[in-house]
Design a protein around this ligand. Structure first.
Ligand SMILES: O=C[C@H](O)COP(=O)(O)O
Length: 247
């Protein structure tokens, strides 16, 4: 039985003060049996971590370099995140791939580095609208998954959360239908079964992301293979996010 996991990705939003206000409200609305994560900006990690101490709310970063230290101006290492006590890190979000040139190889290096330091990676995959229209979306997602998981073994892969986020549904208000989302997520589970085993494929949690809100979460979560959501815009307001985690 996979525990549902709902993660808010705040992206480049919230000052420290705003972050603390938001997380104070979120921690009062947690639901038992739903793992809830807030993936907050680097600048707010320490204070948010202190604010959630003693609660079930988990904390994630939105990116990370794969090296532990060195001449990488502007980057944050896994050791630095571990020092703060971060539970999760988003790897390969489509915005990182699109605006910051992250390749599948980089996603693989970051995923392996996160696992090495006991930070659970949330690995994002997903196609553009053009790729879906050309009907190459499954091929593309399969290649993203296999490259991201290169040299990752059975014990490690079960710590990974995969987020399927069709790029055309991110921040657009256009959600994939729950059937479309479930179809791709079942496809991803089959890739895991073929690469690892049936048992492993049933243990890995796979989220859907893209315009998830309180009004569509129940429908999304009712699908057989969807274990949670990676939520952008709707995670920035406490009342909406709390409604959403209480799907
Ligand atoms: O990481 C979250 C996704 O990019 C979804 O963003 P959204 O919920 O604003 O569409």
């Amino acid at each position: 039985m996979r525990t549902p996991i709902i993660a808010g990705n705040w992206k480049m939003n919230k000052t420290i003060e705003e972050a603390i206000d938001l997380v104070k409200e979120i921690k009062s609305g947690l639901k038992k049996d739903v793992e809830t994560v807030v993936c907050v900006p680097f600048t707010t990690l320490s204070q948010v971590k202190k604010e959630i101490e003693g609660t079930e709310l988990k904390i994630g970063a939105q990116n990370m370099h794969w090296e532990e230290s060195g001449a990488f101006t502007g980057e944050i290492s896994p050791l630095m995140l571990k020092e703060i006590g971060v539970d999760y890190v988003i790897i390969g979000h489509s915005e990182r791939r699109q605006y910051f040139g992250e390749t599948d190889e980089i996603v693989n290096k970051k995923t392996k580095a996160a696992l090495k330091h006991n930070i659970n990676p949330i690995v994002c995959v997903g196609e553009t609208l053009a790729q879906r229209e050309k009907n190459i979306h499954k091929e593309l997602v399969e290649s993203q998954i296999l490259k991201a998981l290169d040299h990752i073994d059975d014990e490690e892969v079960i710590k990974i959360v995969i987020a399927y986020e069709p790029i055309w549904a991110i921040g657009t208000g256009k959600t994939a239908t729950s059937e479309e989302a479930n179809d791709m997520i079942s496809f991803i589970r089959n890739i895991l079964r073929d690469k690892y085993s049936q048992d492993i494929s049933e243990k890995v949690r796979i989220q859907y992301g893209g315009s998830v809100k309180s009004s569509n979460i129940a429908e999304i979560m009712s699908q057989s293979d969807i274990d949670g959501a990676l939520v952008g815009g709707a995670s920035l307001k406490s009342d909406e996010f709390i409604k959403l985690i209480r799907f």
